[in-house]
Design a protein around this ligand. Structure first.
Ligand code: ATP
Ligand code: MG
Length: 243
């Protein structure tokens, strides 16, 4: 995708959470945001998803500006898959229903077709045996895969993931990362926030380090991990790469 974030500013009360954030790529397939806790990564992802209004600035994807109006955002959100922790699965619905319900109600897909799509995707993510289980009956990794299945069921042009592997043990993390790696290889575009530096290095073609509401560093994996230029990203990387 072609991506342009232009002078995005967002406050919560008098706290500046995103401070004039600009970032532009002619072509990027997997963009990864890293940086210290509280820096603004999730907020920026939510602005890109059209879930949060910035006070100023523009988001442009493939040459199309996101209109931060009610109608504009509805249209935008339909084209983007999101897996955020705040977007938990519906607890009273089965894995299958968690996928078919939004397809039917939000995207107007006929029930039989929604069911076919959901079954195919569950199978592909090796969840077919679990399609009738409710979230509480699934493991953390399975739940996260259902959330990914739901996000890709709408055939998004872009998938946004906020810490898809937090709260997972190493084996479940590997399961989820495998799925992401596979979708990436198929050409789906991603913007993701992760604390897994190994994964960031593996999948990212561009990395942005966000601290104190600003992009303090952006570039390829090699540039950012091997030759960070800003002191803030050096400090951050020194800390997280120590262990
Ligand atoms: N709805 C909100 N109301 C008020 N403040 C908020 C809100 N959401 C986020 N913030 C504040 O904005 C700042 C950035 O938060 P954000 O969640 O974007 O950080 P983050 O980089 O994702 O951090 P983490 O790595 O811990 O997830 C934080 O100081 C946070 O307290
Ligand atoms: Mg966050």
């Amino acid at each position: 995708m072609k991506l342009k974030l232009h002078q995005i500013t967002k406050h919560f009360g008098d706290h500046v959470v995103l401070d004039n954030v600009s970032l532009s790529f002619e072509k990027v397939n997997t963009l990864v945001f890293i940086g210290p806790s509280g820096g603004g990564k999730s907020t920026l992802l939510r602005v890109i998803a059209g879930l949060e209004y910035p006070e100023a600035g523009e988001v442009e994807i493939d040459g199309e500006k996101v209109a931060f109006t009610e109608d504009g955002l509805l249209k935008h959100r339909r084209t983007i898959g999101v897996v955020f922790q705040a977007f938990n699965l519906f607890p009273h619905l089965t894995a299958l229903q968690n996928i078919t319900l939004p397809l039917e109600k939000v995207h107007g897909v006929p029930p039989a077709e929604a069911r076919d799509t959901a079954q195919q995707i569950l199978k592909r993510l090796q969840l077919d045996k679990h399609s009738q289980k409710k979230p509480a009956e699934l493991s953390g990794g399975q739940r996260q895969r259902v959330a990914i299945a739901r996000a890709i069921s709408i055939k998004p042009r872009l998938l946004l993931l906020d810490e898809p592997t937090s709260a997972l043990d190493p084996e479940m993390t590997a399961e989820v990362l495998d799925v992401i790696e596979e979708l990436r290889a198929e050409g789906l575009d991603f913007i993701l926030v992760t604390h897994e530096m190994g994964f960031a290095r593996l999948v990212a073609d561009q990395v942005a380090v966000i601290a104190d509401g600003r992009i303090v560093e952006a570039g390829t994996v090699d540039q950012v991990f091997k030759n960070p230029v800003s002191q803030q990203s050096r400090d951050f990387l020194a800390k997280v790469l120590k262990y």
